[in-house]
Design a protein around this ligand. Structure first.
Ligand code: ADP
Length: 276
């Protein structure tokens, strides 16, 4: 009888604990939702006047400013661009963390996508005097199904960093076919390899955390928000992959990840071919 009473009391305590935990969880979820909404509203509100500032700066720069004004306008342009990037990145992280990011599934040609990305960054490569090599495995099926916008965002971010932290060196982007599974899925291996400044061993994990940057000196010299790699890591994970980083100070860095893509069924391709 005594044991029963103790058991009942224990049960009551357990139920109360569970109830308290549930209340705490609900509170945390509400707080997190409120935080996400607040961040989103603030960021959107900041974006509108900032667009005006950036637009007017651009106009003023075209109006043949006096020599003494050019420096001020350059500085205004730099700060405006920095803030725009920062706000967009905060919005992006917020969207990812509140599970509001939708993943597309459309047919696309990987080689074309990668070539377009290369063209858009070629100027940046030459301004740092970097050789920029793109190597897309010929064995990769031409019609993949996936989210090309998010893939481009990941790859562009990594190449941007590679080109930014490398001077008079080489940036090599490689996409290889690792495996075709059941004739329906292609497993691809992406690598962005640079011969730049490298990342110290104790920073290899933390560079993926928000606002984490290399050393103070690196940050001062190269600028940036410290949010790019946070977004890259989250996007790769959302698409079902995992990002890896190997690096050696003074020698360079290699960022790599695997992603799976469905392959457009052969029948759909052959219909197009018949039409031609
Ligand atoms: P940032 O906007 O500062 O570049 P990221 O999140 O993209 O932010 O990168 C975080 C930090 O990781 C950078 O500040 C830099 O110190 C380091 N980093 C990223 N990519 C490279 C690279 N390819 N080579 C050397 N350091 C890098």
């Amino acid at each position: 009888y005594k044991n029963n009473i103790i058991r009942n009391q224990n049960n009551i305590v357990l139920k109360e604990k569970n109830h308290e935990l549930l209340i705490a969880k609900n509170k945390a979820e509400k707080a997190s939702k409120a935080r996400a909404e607040f961040l989103s509203t603030v960021s959107h509100e900041l974006r509108t006047p900032l667009n005006a500032i950036n637009g007017i700066t651009h106009l003023l720069m075209q109006e043949k400013p006096k020599k003494s004004q050019i420096g001020y306008l350059e500085s205004l342009k730099f700060s405006g661009n920095y803030l725009s990037t920062f706000i967009n990145e905060i919005l992006e992280i917020n969207k990812i963390e509140s599970n509001k990011l939708e993943i597309e599934k459309i047919s696309f040609n990987l080689k074309e996508l990668m070539t377009n990305i290369k063209s858009s960054l070629i100027e940046m490569a030459s301004s740092n005097n970097n050789e920029f090599i793109l190597n897309v495995d010929e064995k990769i099926p031409t019609n993949l199904i996936g989210d090309p916008t998010k893939l481009a965002q990941i790859v562009m971010n990594l190449i941007n960093n590679a080109l930014k932290f490398t001077q008079n060196g080489q940036v090599k982007v490689m996409v290889n076919l690792s495996e075709i599974q059941n004739e329906t899925t292609a497993l691809l291996h992406f690598q962005v390899i640079d011969t730049g400044i490298g990342i110290p061993a104790d920073k290899l994990q933390t560079v993926f955390e928000s606002f984490s940057q290399g050393s103070v000196e690196v940050n001062r010299k190269y600028g940036g928000t410290g949010l790019g790699l946070t977004i890259v890591k989250k996007l790769v994970e959302i698409l079902g992959g995992k990002i890896k980083l190997k690096s050696e100070v003074g020698k360079g860095s290699t960022f790599s990840f695997n992603l799976k893509f469905d392959i457009t069924p052969v029948s759909e391709v052959s219909i197009e071919e018949v039409d031609e």
